[in-house]
Design a protein around this ligand. Structure first.
Ligand SMILES: [Zn+2]
Length: 417
């Protein structure tokens, strides 16, 4: 069975937008991309014409699907990071969470807004199989949060090896939460395990000023919070900080690389961004989540101008109003413009970040049938956005996805508009 999918426009991301474009799909894989008039001459069984613009399936490069029932926390604004943490922890501690159901619901919302692959950070094992079970691509990153080998019944290594063995059938990775919430020995251990087992890593980095202060000087609100929990022996506390900024600190400790991507990257200077480029480490920007928590805006214009590898994440419904990645693209466009980015390629660059950028963050561009662009040999993963022309996808695409297709199968179709 070969199906032709055509639309007013098709944006391959790896080439110029095609008016009256189409793609030919067989067995879940794209066999040709071009003008509808040309592709119609090729053998096919059926044509589906879509109103709007066909784009590659969106890749959400940072979220926590299991918090999708905590939307009450993410639907308001906070004065600062500690205030958000207090509300998040109170909601997390409430009894009766069904993490599997919540993650499944989040995945459904993601599919309905054009997402076909997800970097999902998981803290409760029930949520680990969700990507596989619902048929979305990506990686479930098992999170290590506030882990101290000296205080835990088992070492991070023992625990990680057990989790890896128990979930060999799932696409998993490792998520050492952040460079300030894990002691140095754990960060090093998890990096070693990642290399040994060939697992990708994903870390929250440079997200809050309390993180920056703690890594630099070993002091501040994060140090005080650790001491309240009886922790006063983190290497950074003993050494009064590293004197470094988060990205540089983490790179010197565990060496970043293309097998690891970071979330947020708000507090980076030109040297940090150069480190990320040198290591080919992708940064997943999460602008609406940052706004919810009243964090500063990431240096979006600098990342684009300097040529960093950039992806886009929504973060979880506990810190953002929706899992619609196109809403984050509109926000990024506004931020970059405010920051003085004037190049005409802004919308192309941002759409690339939300598709191919996220794919690179998880190595999905290196698989047998890669994702993140529309080209022959790539997976037939795409979304249809009901706008008139490609540039509107970034600025007006939020809430406008009318169809989502994964491996050639229609997984979402808007019933009425
Ligand atoms: Zn996060």
């Amino acid at each position: 069975m070969a199906d032709l999918h055509s639309a007013d426009w098709l944006v391959p991301v790896v080439g110029d937008p095609i008016p009256n474009g189409a793609l030919l799909e067989a067995d879940g894989v794209i066999t040709a991309v071009g003008r509808r008039a040309d592709l119609r001459k090729l053998d096919h069984d059926h044509e589906q014409h879509w109103d709007g613009v066909i784009i590659p399936g969106l890749v959400n490069a940072h979220t926590h699907l299991q918090y999708s029932h905590m939307a009450a926390v993410g639907s308001r604004r906070y004065a600062d990071f500690p205030e958000w943490v207090t509300h998040f922890q109170a909601a997390f501690a409430e009894p009766g969470h069904d993490w599997y159901a919540a993650a499944l619901e989040g995945a459904r919302q993601a599919i309905a807004t054009g997402t076909t692959a997800i970097a999902d950070v998981v803290t409760n094992p029930e949520a680990l199989p969700v990507l596989r079970n619902i048929g979305v691509k990506g990686i479930a990153y098992w999170e290590f949060l506030s882990w101290a080998n000296a205080r835990s019944p088992e070492s991070a290594r023992t625990h990680a090896e057990k989790m890896i063995k128990e979930h060999q059938d799932l696409p998993i990775g490792l998520s050492p939460h952040a460079p300030h919430t894990l002691d140095e020995d754990v960060l090093v251990e998890l990096t070693d395990i990642g290399h040994e087992f060939g697992l990708r890593r994903h870390v929250h980095v440079a997200e809050s000023l309390s993180e920056v202060e703690f890594i630099g000087s070993g002091s501040g609100p994060h140090d005080q919070a650790l001491r309240q929990w009886g922790i006063d022996d983190f290497a950074l506390q003993r050494q009064q900080g590293s004197g470094l900024r988060p990205v540089d600190y983490l790179d010197r400790l565990v060496r970043l690389g293309p097998d690891c991507h970071i979330a947020h990257g708000i507090y980076t200077d030109a040297d940090d961004r150069a480190v990320l480029r040198r290591r080919r480490t992708v940064v997943a920007l999460c602008p609406r989540s940052n706004a919810t928590i009243s964090l500063d805006e990431a240096p979006v214009a600098d990342y684009l101008r300097e040529g960093n590898l950039v992806a886009v994440g929504t973060d979880s419904l506990a810190s953002t109003p929706s899992l619609d990645l196109l809403a984050d693209l509109a926000e990024l466009a506004a931020i970059a413009t405010r920051q003085g980015y004037r190049e005409s390629d802004l919308d192309n660059r941002l759409l690339e970040a939300a598709t191919l950028g996220g794919s690179k963050a998880m190595g999905l561009d290196q698989t047998a049938n890669p994702v993140g662009a529309l080209a022959s040999g790539w997976s037939a993963d795409f979304a249809v956005v009901a706008v008139n022309e490609p540039r509107q996808v970034v600025y007006e695409g939020a809430g406008q996805v009318t169809a989502t297709v994964i491996d050639g199968r229609v997984r979402h179709r808007a019933t009425s508009r």
